[in-house]
Ligand binder design. Structure first.
Ligand code: SF4
Length: 343
């Protein structure tokens, strides 16, 4: 079957992606329910672009990222990817033998550089491992030359190649994680909270490095994060998730200054603004995030929404394009005048 994406610039297009986890109980492990961790998510990323995927913890953003890289098998939906040869494939259903050669084109940067590096391997082995396993470069000398080149690229000295992870600071370790992800010249990099485990002073350095590498290597990023200040710094567009669904996507400035969904408005009110003359009142979010195993009827946000009306608890709103490239899932998106960051 021939797949098509929204246009030629689209590197990744996710359509109606679902990932449900069964809940089983009793001796016979009877199916008693489903945790709908990701429930019908759709978005696209153009080549060379950074899309931020944001939301509170447990909203399904990491599960979405893991499905895209097929670390988890999706329950339903399509994950269309334009390969280096220009062919569009559906990663959601691709068998493992056809997926394997594509793995070099998609890499992941993990949140915790302390946990994601093997403490018993030196830098040469950590960064050189994908070169050995996937590219089949057996010569240690050739691998060392390639590793030295990659280390320079991420701002580490090639002389460090024989050292082990414990000899490096948190920021340097995240550079090593980035170096390993870039070893195979990927086109899509999925970064799952890549700076949240780092000190604030180091976060900016790593973000600037990621942006510089994007320019030099024409990388495309899916940037999963909960820190909106970080997202504002690095992303071209942002998608907001709530209980397994997308509630709003828009270009970054549009989303930050003119949100159209009440949940996004509440998130924006909590973002600190650098200007001391601006004092925006934080919008409190009452109640807890609903469980994806037992979400409320209608709009999942209605028990916490200060703009909710009758229809909100009866009908689930669809994600609709209400302005150019600005998609919102809210029954009242056209009429509400919401506050943006610092508003
Ligand atoms: Fe609030 Fe209703 Fe919009 Fe949901 S659909 S966000 S409850 S106004």
């Amino acid at each position: 079957m021939k797949h098509t994406t929204r246009d030629e610039r689209t590197l990744l297009e996710v359509k109606h992606l679902k990932k449900h986890f069964p809940i089983r109980k009793g001796f016979l492990r009877r199916l008693v329910g489903q945790v709908k961790a990701v429930d019908g998510v759709s978005f696209y990323i153009n080549e060379g672009e950074t899309l931020g995927l944001v939301g509170e913890s447990g909203c399904g953003k990491t599960t979405t990222a893991r499905c895209i890289l097929r670390a988890l098998d999706p329950t339903a939906g399509q994950i269309l990817f334009r390969t280096a040869s220009g062919q569009v494939v559906d990663l959601a259903t691709l068998p493992e033998n056809e997926l394997r050669p594509l793995r070099r084109e998609m890499q992941m940067i993990f949140q915790d550089p302390f946990a994601s590096l093997n403490p018993r391997m030196n830098l040469l082995d950590i960064v050189g491992e994908p070169l050995l396993v996937i590219e089949g470069i057996k010569s240690r000398k050739e691998r060392a030359e390639r590793v030295a080149e990659i280390l320079r690229l991420v701002g580490l000295r090639p002389e460090y190649m024989q050292r082990f992870p414990h000899a490096f600071s948190g920021g340097q370790r995240q550079r090593i994680v980035i170096a390993r992800a870039l070893a195979l010249h990927p086109r899509l990099v999925v970064a799952d909270e890549p700076v949240s485990a780092l000190d604030v002073s180091v976060q900016a350095q790593v973000l600037n490095l990621m942006m510089e590498l994007q320019q030099r290597l024409n990388l495309t990023y899916l940037f999963v994060a909960h820190d909106l200040s970080v997202v504002k710094h690095i992303c071209n567009r942002v998608a907001v998730m709530y209980v397994g669904k997308l509630v709003e996507t828009a270009p970054t400035d549009e989303l930050f200054y003119h949100p159209k969904h009440p949940y996004t408005e509440a998130l924006m009110s909590a973002v600190p603004v650098a200007d001391p003359r601006i004092r925006s009142a934080m919008i409190p979010l009452e109640g807890d995030v609903p469980s994806p195993a037992n979400p409320p009827p209608g709009c999942y946000f209605h028990p916490r929404c200060r703009y909710a009306v009758d229809i909100c608890s009866q009908e689930a709103p669809n994600l609709e394009e209400i302005e150019d490239n600005h998609f919102v899932a809210c029954h009242r998106a056209h009429e509400l005048k919401l506050r943006g960051i610092g508003g």
